[in-house]
Write a protein that binds this ligand. Structure first.
Ligand code: HEC
Ligand code: HEC
Ligand code: HEC
Ligand code: HEC
Length: 306
């Protein structure tokens, strides 16, 4: 059994022994440092604060200086004279008092404009102001996005929903690609919304992919990072980017489909031609700071409504 002349012992010259020990030691330290890296990474990840409320929304100042006292007085007079609304098409089933509360908190509050931006405050039911017509279309859009896309995200994300502030963030008119977020991107970068998702940005295992496709993938990924304030591993297994075991990558795919739908259906029709970006809502945060919590959205506009 232990004959010194067997082929294995003969092959184990001092040099080979040295190389084997050296190799094993190097592999041990390489594996060790990787484990330590992921161990520390996990600690950092799990202690990262999970946002529970949306700060901009919570910090709204509904009675802020954007509301004129005369408008609030007109609101009180109108609500008393008309306990039931006279001309609503979307907010049906609500009393005038409920509608007014929503107008103060989310419509005027979300855009930080006075009631007179959309209304003749002598008669809130009056039609004819194009801003009011546009705002009604925006309500229907928010309902569509909540039902068709936000409803697909699991409750574990936080049950937030889209309201006026989610895109407007306190401004009636705004840029969807402010120059400050383009940073290392070409200034004219926009999300590639003419492709289909999932799959439109896949580069692995395809031989029809050129340098422009790789570049477009990188620009888009960078836009995701900046818009959500997260690194690549928020969505990816950094050792294999094509895989889907991290739920956030699937969530991002639903969001990309939503951005595509906004672009095809609403950009030209009611959004002054503005193309959606991830930044438009996320503003550098995992949860858009202007998102509403479940109970804040009128039932007829919410993801559970009909
Ligand atoms: C950005 C535009 C916009 C702003 C600002 C706005 N509203 Fe409205 N408001 C609307 C739209 C659109 C409707 C109609 C909704 C519908 O068709 O269901 C409406 C409907 C109403 C109604 C129901 C009128 C009726 O009898 O039919 C009241 C009351 C009202 N708003 C009060 C206010 C008050 C008070 C403010 C200020 C705090 C305000 N609104 C700010 C767009 C706006
Ligand atoms: C998906 C994003 C998004 C949501 C949600 C949204 N808006 Fe808008 N809205 C826009 C964009 C983009 C514009 C175009 C801004 C511009 O002209 O630069 C716009 C324009 C408007 C305008 C015209 C502003 C002007 O002075 O020309 C009104 C009024 C308006 N929105 C009201 C609302 C109301 C009310 C809600 C909530 C019911 C709402 N929006 C929800 C994206 C959104
Ligand atoms: C918010 C989530 C998110 C973030 C953050 C993100 N990605 Fe992605 N990434 C995706 C999604 C979703 C896809 C799939 C796109 C598609 O369906 O075509 C993707 C695709 C990719 C691909 C192509 C994989 C393939 O199958 O060929 C690469 C490479 C990639 N990302 C690298 C990165 C890098 C590097 C970063 C950081 C700079 C990053 N990603 C940040 C969500 C994200
Ligand atoms: C119209 C507004 C809007 C736009 C545009 C938007 N998002 Fe979101 N996003 C939301 C809202 C609201 C939530 C929270 C939903 C919830 O709590 O269920 C969310 C949640 C997410 C999440 C889930 C976070 C988690 O913890 O899993 C990811 C990932 C995400 N968005 C990625 C993106 C990407 C990538 C883009 C651009 C392609 C984008 N979003 C564009 C409104 C938007």
């Amino acid at each position: 059994m232990s004959q010194r002349s067997d082929p294995i012992s003969q092959a184990l010259t001092p040099q080979v022994r040295f190389l084997l020990v050296y190799g094993a030691t190097a592999a041990f330290f390489a594996l060790g440092s990787m484990l330590v890296f992921w161990w520390i990474y996990d600690i950092i990840q799990s202690s990262a604060p999970v946002p529970t409320t949306s700060p901009i929304y919570a910090n709204y100042d509904p009675a802020g200086s954007h509301l004129k006292p005369e408008s609030l007085a007109a609101m009180a007079a109108y609500t008393e004279a008309n306990p039931q609304p006279q001309g609503v098409q979307v907010l049906k089933g609500w009393s005038t008092a409920q509608i007014s509360a929503y107008m103060v908190a989310q419509v005027s509050g979300g855009l930080k404009v006075d009631c007179s931006y959309c209304h003749n405050v002598a008669n809130f039911a009056e039609e004819g102001n194009v801003k009011k017509t546009n705002a009604r279309a925006m309500m229907l859009m928010a309902a569509d996005l909540n039902r068709s896309y936000i409803a697909q995200l699991p409750a574990s994300v936080g049950n937030y929903q889209i309201t006026c502030a989610t895109c407007h963030n306190g401004k009636p008119v705004f840029e969807t690609y402010p120059i400050a977020i383009q940073n290392t991107l070409p200034n004219d970068f926009k999300l590639p919304l003419d492709r289909n998702y999932p799959g439109g940005l896949v580069v692995t295992g395809r031989d029809d992919v050129g340098l422009e496709d790789v570049e477009l993938n990188q620009y888009t990924m960078y836009h995701y990072n900046v818009s959500l304030g997260q690194g690549c591993t928020f969505c990816h297994n950094a050792r294999y980017f094509p895989s889907y075991e991290i739920a956030q990558k699937k969530h991002a795919t639903i969001m990309m489909q939503m951005a595509q739908h906004i672009n095809n259906t609403y950009s030209r029709a009611i959004m002054a031609g503005k193309t959606p970006s991830c930044w438009m809502c996320h503003q550098g945060a995992q949860i858009p700071p202007g998102a509403a919590t479940d109970g804040q959205v009128p039932p007829m506009l919410s993801k559970n409504g009909k």
